[in-house]
Design a protein around this ligand. Structure first.
Ligand SMILES: [Zn+2]
Length: 127
């Protein structure tokens, strides 16, 4: 991942979990699997241990729903942004997720915050 994306996500999150505000063992997580090369800062989220590698975290044994919700939230964000279906398909790792069902409230609030940050406050990407 490019250094500027790491820095971007670090500053955006202030080093805290972007779902809970926890400061416990936070790490950056790629919402779309790394090998798909989506290096948008929006596709990376800073997560505390409990939402990342703990049992209820995206990589944990009970975390599959959260993992899917992050992917669905990201896809809905790209839809809101007005990207074409082809662009979204590529950014999502050659997949479309079902965005009809409601998603986790923390995930929804995260992407609303991301939207406001990047689209409504004339936010300037670090570079
Ligand atoms: Zn991860």
């Amino acid at each position: 991942m490019p250094k500027k994306v790491i820095m971007e996500v670090y500053f955006r999150s202030e080093g805290l979990c972007e779902l809970t505000g926890s400061n416990y063992r936070c790490e950056q997580h790629h919402i779309v699997f790394r090998r798909h090369n989506n290096h948008d800062p929006e596709a990376v989220i800073n997560l505390g241990w409990h939402k990342h590698k703990g049992n209820e975290g995206v990589h944990g044994k009970n975390g599959h729903a959260l993992d899917l919700d992050l992917k669905r939230g990201l896809q809905m964000y790209y839809e809101r942004k007005g990207l074409s279906e082809d662009e979204i398909y590529i950014k999502m790792g050659n997949k479309f997720y079902d965005t009809d069902k409601p998603i986790n409230g923390d995930v929804e609030r995260h992407f609303e915050k991301i939207w406001q940050l990047y689209h409504e406050k004339e936010y300037v990407y670090l570079n």
